[in-house]
Design a protein around this ligand. Structure first.
Ligand SMILES: C[S@@+](CC[C@H](N)C(=O)[O-])C[C@H]1O[C@@H](n2cnc3c(N)ncnc32)[C@H](O)[C@@H]1O
Length: 339
């Protein structure tokens, strides 16, 4: 793990640590090989998030159709004192923190209860980590921030190296229903990794999107201004830049249907016409048929049974749950199952 804060001017209350255990470029090449060489083609969603992808995701959160951010923010604002009190933590560890905009509410509440707060923020996008830390440190003089730039699991493995108060209660946060990007086995593995890092007094705040009418779901991922489409298509720019590919984004269309089997929105890039794409690394030629789909993300919508399966598999149990409106979105405060 290396500390690297040279590129930005930030107070000495900030450190950015690169925690990748694998070379990110080699990992992208391997994931491309595994998912893209034959139909059905797919890639993991973490490759959306270069600097532009992170900005586009932030813009998605501001679209009127994208209810998850709005509801999660409302739930946090309404219940933040109870969450902070129950967690009793002066350390917050957040996975996939993005811009940390919602997290700000939580940090403010923790700072009302503690003289100093330590925020460990993890994301794959280093620009978003730097920019968010700068904003948070300007707002909160009693805050220190350690950024762990890399994959969730690499960040959890590296946590001990930046943990300033390991013996005190920690609050972990995994918001934005990012857990919904994983199938059951992977989701349980991520939750288990969090559970392994937790001590008995620690808590995990998990934001999960719920089952709801299909029309609302499809609207949320097909916003009228086309921001989600731009976010989805930006993946092709990432592949062109990182792998020396020549995808033409104009030759693909964004679609985000609800797939009832698996209760999920799937993000697709659909080829408008037959096309040949050359890639430098790995050195391959893709022949993509008209209408062929590249699946770029799954976003699962959970019912109680699906949540219980994941929590049971990971050794976590509910301490408290807050839901918005007609249970469109839930925040769960979880504790390690020690029985
Ligand atoms: C859906 S956004 C959610 C952002 C924020 N937590 C929120 O609730 O608005 C997912 C975030 O996780 C990051 N991310 C995606 N995959 C990741 C991974 N495997 N490891 C670490 N961060 C990841 C992205 O860069 C992005 O900032």
């Amino acid at each position: 793990m290396s500390g690297d804060t040279s590129a930005v001017c930030l107070p000495d209350r900030y450190t950015r640590n690169v925690v990748e255990t694998r070379d990110p470029h080699a990992e992208l090449v391997a994931d491309f090989r595994a998912g893209m060489l034959e139909a059905p083609r797919s890639l993991p969603p973490k490759y959306f998030y270069d600097d532009r992808g992170s900005q586009l995701f932030d813009a998605i959160c501001d679209t009127p159709e994208y209810y998850p951010t709005r509801l999660e923010r409302e739930l946090l604002e309404a219940n933040v004192e109870a969450i902070a009190r129950r967690a009793g933590a002066a350390t917050l560890v957040e996975l996939g923190s993005g811009t940390s905009r919602k997290t700000e509410t939580l940090l403010a509440a923790m700072l009302r209860a503690h003289a100093a707060v330590h925020y460990v923020a993890n994301d794959v996008c280093e620009e978003v980590l730097d920019e968010s830390a700068q904003r948070l440190l300007e707002r909160f003089p009693r805050l220190t921030v350690d950024a762990l730039c890399g994959d969730y699991t690499a960040a959890l493995a590296a946590l001990a190296a930046v943990d300033r108060e390991p013996a005190t209660p920690h609050l972990y946060a995994f918001l934005g229903s990012s857990l919904g990007n994983f199938e059951d086995a992977e989701a349980i593995a991520v939750l288990r990794a969090i559970r392994s890092a937790m001590h008995a007094q620690d808590r995990l705040l998990l934001g999960l999107d719920r089952v709801k009418p299909v029309a609302a779901l499809e609207r949320a991922y097909n916003d009228a201004a086309g921001v989600t489409a731009a976010f989805n298509l930006n993946l092709l720019a990432v592949l062109n830049r990182e792998l020396g590919a020549n995808f033409d984004p104009a030759q693909f269309e964004h679609r985000a249907p609800f797939v009832s089997e698996g209760s999920r929105i799937e993000m697709h890039l659909v080829a408008r016409a037959p096309q040949v794409v050359e890639v430098s690394e790995p050195a391959v030629t893709l022949e993509i048929g008209a209408g062929e789909v590249i699946r770029t993300e799954i976003s699962r919508k959970f019912d109680d049974a699906a949540i219980d399966l994941l929590l049971g598999g990971a050794g976590l149990r509910r301490e408290q749950e807050w839901s918005a409106g007609e249970s469109w979105y839930s925040l769960l405060l979880l504790r390690p199952d020690t029985d």
